[in-house]
Structures are given as C-alpha cells and as structure tokens.
Design a protein around this ligand. Structure first.
Ligand code: ZN
Length: 203
C-alpha cells in the first residue's frame, strides 16, 4: 500500500506557511513504513530539531482505479479516519530552499500515525466532517472537510491521472491552520466529530 498526502489544501494553512494557494492539488507520497498504528508512541528522531504535527482527514481507498473521473470518485473510498502527517519542518525548509524533494522531511519511519478506527463514509455527512487535534489538553488545530480547497473527489481524480490507486491505499487530505512543533512528553489526541480516534505520546 501507499500513502498519498495532499499539501496546502486549506487556505489558512497555506498562508500561515507563506505558500501560494495551489491551482491543482499538490501531493507527495509516504511509504508503508511511515505508518504508526495502535496508538503507539512516536519516538522523536535525532535528525530533526523541529518536528511539526499536521492533523488530517485520511480517506481509505476501496477499489483499484486510474484516470478516475470526479463524478465517479466517490466509488473509490469507503471510510474516513484521522491521521497526523509528522513533518521535519527544518529539513523541509532546507529542501524547499534548495529545490529538492521532500522525502527526508515527510516520509521517515512512523511519520504517519493513523487512528485505530475508520468511520464508514456512508454513515456520515462527508461534506461536513469536523476534526481536531488536542495537544496536552489544549485544542491546537480544528478543521472541517467543507474548508478543503480540493475535496476528496477532486483529489482522487487528479492523483489517479498519475498514480494508480489500489485497495488499502490511504489519502491524507491536508491540514488546517495551527501546525506546530512537538516536544518529548507531549500527548496528541485526534478526533473526528468529537470522537477520539487517535492518541500518541511523544517519547
Ligand atoms: Zn500534511
């Protein structure tokens, strides 16, 4: 399986990092080894001094497809969960400055914690999915699927022009404003519609 991540998909987050608003979805990949499951702790890696959290809605792909049209894209995902796109912001800034790919900043081991439970997409209003991240008891990020620049159907249509989607692939759909750094000892809790779905402690 693979993890497809969309960048700059909320206007308030794009502007907080001084990035332009994209005209097409921007995406990058994380490998399967980035997954962190079962609420396991995240060990702060020694190659970065500025790991940021980015909470994101995560869509699960349920059929194989390529060149998927937007109007049929809804047939290709069946569930939504929550995840964190851990980012080595210091390394990412170096990559951006030097025009280099982002993998060292985004694709490292355990950089993609996901919740244990995914919600059946047919049982929720997919145009109004609210989510949030709580760090040490304080809300640090809040978002709603209605605020995405590109909705999940548009993302699937665009990405599948380039990359075939397969069953079990995950799409991280971008983060709202409020990204920030983590410290050893922090506890992150991520929710969809007030339901706690992911906890990870930073060690
Ligand atoms: Zn992200």
């Amino acid at each position: 399986m693979k993890i497809i991540c969309v960048g700059r998909n909320y206007i308030d987050h794009a502007t907080e990092l001084n990035n332009p608003i994209p005209s097409v979805p921007i995406f990058f990949l994380k490998p399967e080894t980035a997954l962190l499951r079962k609420n396991k702790p995240f060990f702060y890696p020694d190659f970065s001094k500025n790991i940021h959290f980015e909470v994101e809605l995560v869509y699960r792909i349920c059929r194989v497809g390529k060149n998927i049209s937007e109007r049929f894209a809804h047939r290709y995902y069946d569930a939504v969960g929550i995840g964190i796109d851990f980012t080595a912001r210091d390394l990412q800034e170096q990559c951006k400055t030097n025009g280099l790919p982002w993998e060292i900043a985004k694709a490292f081991d355990n950089s993609a914690p996901i919740g244990n439970k995914f919600l059946d997409i047919s049982e929720i209003d997919k145009n109004n999915i609210s989510f949030k991240l709580v760090k040490n008891g304080n809300i640090v990020q809040q978002g709603n699927s209605s605020d995405m620049i590109f909705n999940i159907d548009q993302i699937i249509s665009y990405v599948s022009k380039f990359v075939m989607l397969k069953i079990g692939d995950l799409i991280f759909s971008g983060t709202p404003a409020g990204v920030g750094s983590i410290e050893i000892g922090d506890i992150l809790k991520a929710y969809i519609n007030e339901e706690l779905l992911l906890t990870t402690k930073i060690l």
